[in-house]
Design a protein around this ligand. Structure first.
Ligand code: COS
Length: 383
């Protein structure tokens, strides 16, 4: 397909739908949800009603069946209203992608279709208290016993864990095998032995919920094994290859909101007899923020396009996620600086953008590990 930067009519309609939902349903609740750490389930329910959840699940199983580029277009619009709510909406895509990738037609029919047919939340369980970066070293054990597996361990920092009805859990059959022992499972919420631990009180993205998932002798039938034994690591990595790009789009949305607020403020606020936007120091900030925002969006869209063409995009998705989230932090920081003292106050929206953007540098693989992936993938070209 030739490269085009024109959005199609369908893409524009999706963008308009997401922008309207973000403006009418998310933005009015964002400050309050942030302040109270409130999980606005009514917003997520409406997102599902409008078809703005389960974006990556095929339509035959009740999802929106959208390419990654469309998912990124929607994500940017939502995140411009609230980063935390967008994370909770996107968490379903992350949790369901292992089933999209490795589920059998029977599993998709049995699990995805009823799940997507009504409002519901799902969680992705890879990270553990002892670490999230070295994913091959995870400690949650899976033991095979007859026709089922028994899971024991803990998953932490799990988005939507308290409200989810479905979890995709990664556990090891043999820690000595590192990545080759890791196996993926579909685990329903009502599985005996599965419980939810402490809910985290976060710095930002406070409209999303984050908690520990405790697994104590949780029996999982062999029908809920995803892929084959030992394939879990590859399934997790392939999942992240496609879900890191929307994190780039989420960072773009937050950064765009910060830049727009700062631009408007710089035109209204006067000092030395003229709008501060006319002072070179402020204009240069606006210019740099604009450059970084445009570059972030282009990297994100290119990565999404590559995935949509069927290419492995480990390099590009890590670049998109890493650059967009680092840029978002700089853009939000400069937005606060342009607002001056007001920017530091909770009465104005910009300090929330900074707190929300910070998580984009950490989750779905900290940017340090993205740089490792980028370097490794790039160096492969030289032997
Ligand atoms: N797609 C397909 N296969 C992949 C892959 C990918 N993106 N990445 C790795 N693999 C395969 C490798 O090819 C290798 O297979 P073979 O041994 O058959 O060749 C296997 O998986 C092990 O890969 P590797 O040797 O790279 O494993 P490492 O332990 O060195 O993994 C990284 C390092 C950084 C890639 C991994 O630990 C990682 O991504 N960590 C971050 C995890 C993360 O994002 N956590 C956040 C959780 S979600 S909030």
């Amino acid at each position: 397909m030739p490269i085009s930067f024109d959005l199609t009519q369908d893409q524009k309609e999706l963008q308009t739908l997401a922008a309207k939902f973000a403006r009418e349903e998310m933005a009015p609740r964002a400050a309050e949800a942030d302040k109270k750490g409130h999980f606005p389930e009514e917003v997520y329910r409406k997102a599902w009603e409008l078809g703005l959840m389960n974006l990556n699940v095929a339509t035959e199983y009740g999802g929106a069946g959208l390419p990654l580029l469309e998912q990124c277009i929607i994500t940017e619009e939502l995140a411009a209203a609230c980063g935390g709510m967008t994370t909770s909406i996107l968490a379903n895509c992350l949790a369901l992608q292992p089933i999209n990738l490795a589920g059998t037609p029977e599993q998709k029919e049995r699990v995805l279709r009823p799940f997507c047919g009504k409002y519901g939340l799902a969680s992705f369980g890879l990270t553990e208290p002892s670490g999230g970066t070295d994913a091959a070293a995870l400690k949650t054990r899976a033991e095979k016993k007859g026709d089922h597996y028994v899971l024991n361990g803990q998953k932490c920092f799990i988005t939507n864990a308290p409200q989810a009805s479905l979890y995709t859990i990664f556990a090891t059959l043999d820690p000595a095998k590192r990545d080759k022992g890791i196996t993926a499972f579909i685990v329903p919420r009502d599985s005996p032995g599965l419980s939810i631990g402490k809910e985290e009180d976060k710095m930002g993205q406070r409209a999303s919920s984050t908690a520990t998932v405790l697994l104590e002798d949780v029996e999982v039938s062999k029908e809920n094994l995803l892929g084959k034994e030992g394939e879990g690591f590859r399934i997790a990595m392939q999942t992240l290859d496609s879900t890191r790009t929307p994190i780039g789009a989420l960072a773009v949305g937050i950064a765009r909101a910060a830049l727009e607020q700062a631009a408007k403020y710089s035109l209204q606020r006067t000092s030395f007899g003229k709008p501060i936007a006319q002072h070179q120091a402020v204009a240069a900030k606006i210019a740099n923020m604009t450059i970084e925002l445009e570059a972030s969006r282009l990297l994100t869209w290119r990565s999404a396009w590559l995935v949509d063409q069927g290419h492995r995009a480990s390099l590009e998705s890590s670049i998109a996620k890493c650059f967009s989230s680092d840029s978002a932090m700089r853009i939000c920081d400069e937005a606060i600086q342009i607002f001056g003292g007001y920017g530091y106050m909770r009465d104005y929206p910009v300090e929330k953008y900074l707190r929300d953007a910070k998580l984009c540098q950490i989750y779905e693989g900290a940017n340090e590990i993205q740089r490792q992936v980028i370097a490794r993938e790039f160096l492969k070209r030289f032997g």
